[in-house]
Design a protein around this ligand. Structure first.
Ligand code: FE2
Ligand code: FE2
Length: 201
């Protein structure tokens, strides 16, 4: 998975500051704790979508699978913490996700809101995938290397699924146009946030 992948498949407009991975590796306990909560939030977000759109059968089915997968990621991060003698620690607000979520438009067509929600989730998956790639390639710990590689592949799959799912409910050209807008917004958010030593985003 090259930087070409980041640009052409994930389509992220701004690569992560390369300093992030070096500082992250020195704070692996904090990174694991933050990561555990990222997985918890991904599962929670899938559950919220099910509850909000019970009439969308395809969405309900796909989110059911996704929630199970994200929850298994959560369990595995907990196990990595435990192996090292660490606990879960407290949840910290994820500024990146908070900023991105502000761009889910309220009101208007219900499907448009759903599309925004799915695309915001898609971008969180894409950025997480990019960060897992950096961790996989740069971290010294061999167990964690393997773990991050698997997660990179899994979150890339989720990114693609979220975009596809949005196209179930809105015309493809509308989804692509909104995705382009959100990709710009996402890059601006990343640009404004300092690379944090203790955060996944
Ligand atoms: Fe995950
Ligand atoms: Fe995911």
């Amino acid at each position: 998975m090259s930087s070409q992948f980041t640009k052409t498949i994930l389509r992220l407009q701004l690569p992560t500051d390369p300093r992030w991975v070096n500082i992250a590796e020195k704070n692996i306990e904090e990174i694991l704790v933050d990561h555990a909560y990222c997985e918890q939030k991904a599962a929670t977000s899938g559950i919220s979508l099910i509850v909000k759109y019970p009439d969308k059968t395809r969405l309900v089915e796909e989110m059911t699978d996704l929630v199970a997968e994200e929850w298994s990621h959560f369990e595995r991060v907990l196990a990595e913490l435990k192996k090292r003698g660490w606990g879960l620690g407290r949840n910290r607000p994820d500024e990146y996700v908070v900023e991105l979520t502000k761009h889910i438009r309220k009101g208007g067509q219900r499907e448009r809101q759903l599309m925004d929600h799915l695309l915001v989730n898609a971008l969180i998956e894409a950025r997480s995938c990019e960060r897992f790639k950096l961790l996989w390639k740069n971290i010294q710990d061999e167990d964690l290397q393997k773990f991050y590689y698997e997660l990179m592949v899994s979150e890339a799959g989720h990114y693609v699924s979220f975009v596809k799912l949005a196209k179930e409910y809105m015309p493809a050209e509308v989804v692509d146009a909104r995705l382009n807008e959100l990709l710009e917004i996402e890059a601006d958010i990343i640009r404004d946030l300092e690379p944090r030593p203790d955060r996944m985003h």
